[in-house]
Design a protein around this ligand. Structure first.
Ligand SMILES: Nc1ncnc2c1ncn2[C@@H]1O[C@H](COP(=O)(O)OP(=O)(O)OP(=O)(O)O)[C@@H](O)[C@H]1O
Length: 578
C-alpha cells in the first residue's frame, strides 16, 4: 500500500466533504445575486420579504455546509495520518536489519511523527480547498461575466498580475519548506544523538559543546522556517493589492456607467459584491496551492521511509526438504552451521566457511578475539541477516525454509547490551509471552537466579524501570533478560555475554543460572568470562571469521595457543584462577 492508496481508502469522507464544500460555495455565490435582486426590489418599491428570506436561507445554508465540510475533511485528514503512521510503524518493525541500521533515528522520528501530519494537508485539506475555492472562483467569474463581461476583463487584468506573483511565491514556499523539513529532521537527529548517550556527554564534560551544536541545528531550522513564513506572508498582501486596485477601477468605471444610464445600479452592486466574495476564495486557492506544494515535500519523505526494505518473512509453512536434513542417529542438533560464509554488505566476509554443531542440550561457548565474528554467528542463527553461502539449521531445519516467526519462536536471545525497555519488571519479563502464567514466571525467575533480586525490589514484579532498564544493575538487567528469554521455553538460548566484568556474586548467580538452563535446552553463549568458558561442555574458538579449534576446556588448553592466550588474558583480568 502506498500513500495515494491510503488517501483513496478515505474517498467517501473526502468526497462527502468536497460535496458539502461545493454546496456551501453555491450558497455563497447565490448571495450577491440575491442582494442585487433586493436592490431592485427596493428601487421598484416591491415586497422585500422574499429576497430577505432567501438571503437569510443562503447565509444559513452556507454556514451549515461550511461546518460539515470542515468536519468531514478534518476527519478524513486524521484518518489518513493514522493510516500513514500505522503503515510506517509496521514497515519499520519489519524492516530488514541492515537497512534499518543505516537509517538515522532522529530523522525517522520526524518523518513518522511530523511529516505524516503535514502529508495529510495536500491529501485532504488542500485538495478539498482547491476544488471548492476553484469552483467558487470559476462560478463567481462566470456570474460576473454574465453581469458585465467588460468589467470582468478589467478585474481579471488587475487580479491576474497578483495571481502570477502568488504562483511564484507558492513555488518558493515549497522549496523553503522542503529545506525546513530536512533541517527539522537534522535537529531531531541531533537531539536523539545526545539523549541516547547522555551519560557519555556528562562524563566527557561535553554539555556546553553539545548544547551549542544542537542549538546550531535548531537555529538552522528556525531560519529556514522563517523563510517559509516570509514567502507565505506575502501571499495575502499580494492578492490584497490586486483586489484593491480592481475595486477602485471597477467602482470608478462602473459608477460612470451607472451615471450615464448604461449599467443598472443593481448590477454594479452585485458585481462589486462578487468581487469581494471572490477575494477570499482566490487567496485561499493560492494558499492551498502553496500548502499542496509544502505537503508534497512531506509525502515524498513519508514515501521514502515507507520504501525501507523489508525482512523476508520466509515461507508461510516450513518447506519439507527432499532429503531429511538430519540423517544421523538421535535427536536433531539444536544448531548446525555447514560451510557458512557471510559479509555485511559489500565488505569482505566476516565469517568464512564456518562449520559446527550445537547438541540438543548443554552449554556451548564461542570464544575469540574482539571482532572475530562471535556476535555475527548469533545474528545468523536468529536470521537477522542472510548468510551468503552454506546452510544454517535450527532444530534440524534450514532457517531459510522456516517461517521467520516460527524460527524466532524456537530461540531465546539475550543481547550483549541491555535490551530492557521502559515499563515494569513484569512487562519486560513477559515481553515474548504476555499471557505467561504465574508458575511459568516463577520458574523463569528461579532459573535465571532472580528471586532474591525481585524480593528486594520495592514493588517486586511491578517495579517500574526507566529507559533501557534503568533502576537495575548491569548484572540484574542481564539476568532479567535471561529470564525473559527462558519464559517461552525456547529450544535454543543465545546469550551474548557483555565483556564487562560482573562482581563475583552476580557472576556466580549467572553461572548457576546458565547451568540450570543448559540442562533443559541448548545454550550458545558468546563468552568473555573465564567462569562461563570453564563451565561450557564445548568451546568453539573463532579467529578472523573462521573456526580455528573446538573441544573441551582441557583439550583446548592442551592443543590451542590462541585459546591458552585468551584464557590467560581472562585470568589476568579477574586476577584469580578460573
Ligand atoms: N552491522 C554491521 N555492519 C558492518 N560490519 C559489521 C556489523 N556488525 C559487525 N560488523 C563487523 O563484523 C566483524 C565481526 O563483528 P562481531 O560483532 O561479530 O565480532 P565479535 O567477535 O562479536 O566482537 P566483540 O567480542 O568485540 O563483541 C567486525 O569486524 C565488525 O566490524
Amino acid at each position: 500500500m502506498n500513500i495515494r492508496e491510503i488517501a483513496a481508502r478515505h474517498r467517501l469522507l473526502l468526497g462527502g466533504g468536497i460535496v458539502l464544500g461545493l454546496l456551501g460555495a453555491a450558497a455563497s455565490l447565490a448571495q450577491p445575486w440575491l442582494i442585487g435582486r433586493l436592490v431592485e426590489a427596493v428601487a421598484g418599491d416591491e415586497s422585500l420579504a422574499w429576497p430577505i428570506a432567501l438571503i437569510a436561507l443562503m447565509f444559513t445554508a452556507d454556514a451549515v455546509f461550511a461546518a460539515g465540510h470542515a468536519y468531514l475533511i478534518g476527519r478524513a485528514g486524521e484518518n489518513i495520518v493514522h493510516d500513514m503512521r500505522q503503515l510506517l510503524v509496521g514497515r519499520l518493525l519489519r524492516a530488514d536489519t541492515a537497512a534499518f541500521a543505516r537509517l538515522d533515528r532522529g530523522d525517522v522520528f520526524t518523518r513518522v511523527v511530523t511529516d505524516t501530519s503535514s502529508a495529510r494537508i495536500p491529501l485532504s485539506q488542500a485538495l478539498a480547498q482547491i476544488v471548492t475555492h476553484g469552483f467558487t472562483v470559476v462560478g463567481g467569474m462566470t456570474l460576473m461575466a454574465l453581469i458585465d463581461w467588460r468589467l470582468l476583463l478589467l478585474t481579471v487584468g488587475c487580479l491576474g498580475g497578483a495571481s502570477l506573483v502568488s504562483l511564484v511565491l507558492a513555488r518558493r514556499v515549497r522549496r523553503a519548506s522542503l529545506t525546513n523539513r530536512e533541517d527539522t529532521g537534522a535537529f531531531g537527529s541531533g537531539v536523539q544523538r545526545v539523549m541516547s548517550a547522555l551519560s557519555t556527554v556528562k562524563a566527557f564534560r561535553a554539555e556546553q559543546r553539545e548544547s551549542e551544536r544542537v542549538g546550531g541545528l535548531a537555529d538552522t531550522a528556525r531560519r529556514s522556517g522563517a523563510r517559509v513564513h516570509a514567502y507565505s506572508a506575502m501571499f495575502t498582501p499580494a492578492m490584497n493589492v490586486g483586489t484593491q486596485l480592481s475595486l477602485a477601477v471597477v467602482i470608478g468605471w462602473g459608477m460612470t456607467r451607472v451615471a450615464t444610464g448604461s449599467m443598472p445600479l443593481a448590477d454594479l452592486t452585485a458585481f462589486v459584491m462578487y468581487l469581494f466574495y471572490l477575494v477570499s476564495p482566490l487567496v485561499l486557492l493560492f494558499l492551498a496551492i502553496g500548502q499542496l506544494q509544502q505537503g508534497r515535500a512531506a509525502i515524498t519523505r513519508v514515501s521514502e521511509l515507507a520504501a525501507v526494505p523489508q525482512e523476508e518473512a520466509g515461507p508461510a509453512e516450513p518447506v519439507v526438504p527432499a532429503r531429511a536434513p538430519h540423517a544421523g542417529p538421535g535427536p536433531a542438533p539444536a544448531v548446525r552451521f555447514d560451510h557458512v560464509s557471510f559479509g555485511y554488505g559489500e565488505d569482505a566476509d566476516v565469517l568464512r566457511d564456518v562449520t559446527f554443531t550445537v547438541p540438543e542440550r548443554g552449554l556451548t561457548a564461542i570464544v575469540g578475539p574482539s571482532g572475530a565474528g562471535k556476535t555475527t554467528v548469533l545474528q545468523l542463527i536468529e536470521r537477522f541477516y542472510r548468510h551468503s553461502s552454506g546452510t544454517v539449521q535450527v532444530g534440524g531445519t534450514d532457517v531459510a525454509a522456516m517461517p521467520l516467526d516460527r524460527l524466532r519462536g524456537m530461540i531465546g536471545y539475550v543481547e550483549q547490551q541491555s535490551s530492557l525497555m521502559r515499563g515494569t519488571v513484569r512487562d519486560n519479563l513477559t515481553y515474548a509471552a504476555p499471557d505467561a502464567s504465574d508458575d511459568d514466571i516463577a520458574r523463569a525467575v528461579t532459573l535465571a537466579g532472580l528471586r532474591d533480586v525481585l524480593a528486594a525490589l520495592p514493588d517486586g514484579l511491578d517495579t517500574e524501570l526507566g529507559e533501557a532498564g534503568h533502576g537495575l544493575s548491569g548484572g540484574q538487567a542481564q539476568r532479567l533478560a535471561v529470564a525473559r528469554a527462558l519464559l517461552t521455553r525456547p529450544r535454543v538460548v543465545l546469550l551474548d555475554e557483555a565483556s564487562s566484568h560482573l562482581d563475583s556474586n552476580a557472576e556466580a548467580a549467572l553461572r548457576d543460572a546458565l547451568a540450570g538452563v543448559a540442562a533443559d535446552c541448548a545454550v550458545v553463549t558468546v563468552a568473555h568470562r573465564i567462569s562461563t568458558i570453564a563451565e561450557a561442555e564445548r568451546i568453539l574458538v573463532l579467529e578472523d571469521g573462521r573456526i580455528r579449534a573446538d573441544g573441551t576446556h582441557h583439550d583446548l588448553l592442551a592443543t590451542d595457543d590462541l585459546y591458552r592466550r585468551l584464557v590467560s588474558q581472562q585470568l589476568d583480568a579477574v586476577g584469580a584462577p578460573g
